[in-house]
Design a protein around this ligand. Structure first.
Ligand SMILES: NC(=O)c1ccc[n+]([C@@H]2O[C@H](COP(=O)([O-])OP(=O)(O)OC[C@H]3O[C@@H](n4cnc5c(N)ncnc54)[C@H](OP(=O)(O)O)[C@@H]3O)[C@@H](O)[C@H]2O)c1
Length: 190
């Protein structure tokens, strides 16, 4: 055993040193190239119309700020009017040319239609991106669930999300990008 330890103490440090010398530079070069490529090929969203559901807080709110700082026009959707108003104000300050807020519940199919119609009417028939983010999470062990119907809201939102994405896609553009994420549907790009 001692012999093995002596051998490793002798061989491991120079081996690690030379491995890092040979592997790190190409790794950093690869990372730099990948970053440059991503920067050069990233989509210019300036002036594009982006509809974000669940924009009054959390991920949706911060996506709104990200799009706003890149000059996109925003249609923000959620149920809380005050939260939406605050997000809209910050988005305008960050550089978005135009922001509208739509108070709606994505569980309601009629509301989903209204969201699309209002967005399209306000932005001269344009709609480029859908960020289908609105939703709620519930984290618990399945055996602790006393009433299975308590998941109804999560399921309804998941279903309308899928419906929403398909309807958008058919109506506007086959290239329309939609991001859905719910605990029940997982990640879905349509
Ligand atoms: N954060 C995470 O780690 C995580 C993990 C997995 C999945 N997700 C999913 O990612 C999405 C965003 O998560 P988050 O952490 O940002 O959640 P959050 O902070 O609770 O935000 C959810 C947003 O959705 C809106 N919303 C909820 N139900 C709605 C409804 N029926 N109609 C319209 N708007 C509705 C809320 O606004 P109002 O209350 O004003 O309507 C809020 O703006 C959710 O779908 C969540 O399930 C998040």
């Amino acid at each position: 055993m001692d012999l093995i330890h002596k051998f490793l103490n002798l061989v491991a440090p120079p081996f690690t040193f030379f491995s890092l010398c040979f592997l790190l530079p190409p790794y950093y070069l690869y990372k730099a190239c990948a970053t440059a490529l991503r920067y050069l090929t990233s989509e210019d969203v300036s002036g594009k119309v982006v509809l974000i559901t669940g924009a009054s807080s959390g991920i949706g709110e911060h996506l709104a700020y990200e799009y706003a700082s890149r000059g996109a026009c925003l249609s923000l959707v959620a149920r809380r009017e005050v939260g939406l108003r605050d997000v809209a104000e910050v988005a305008l300050e960050l550089g978005s040319p135009k922001v509208i807020s739509i108070v709606a519940d994505v569980q309601n199919v009629d509301d989903c239609r209204r969201i699309v119609d209002e967005t399209v009417n306000q932005f001269g028939g344009r709609l480029d991106h859908l960020v289908n983010n609105a939703g709620i999470s519930s984290v618990c062990n399945f055996e602790d669930v006393a009433d299975i119907t308590s998941f109804r809201t999560i399921m309804v939102i998941s279903c309308t999300k899928s419906h929403f994405s398909s309807a958008f896609k058919l109506r506007f553009s086959p290239q329309l990008f939609s991001f859905c994420r719910t605990p029940t549907s997982g990640d879905r790009f349509t």
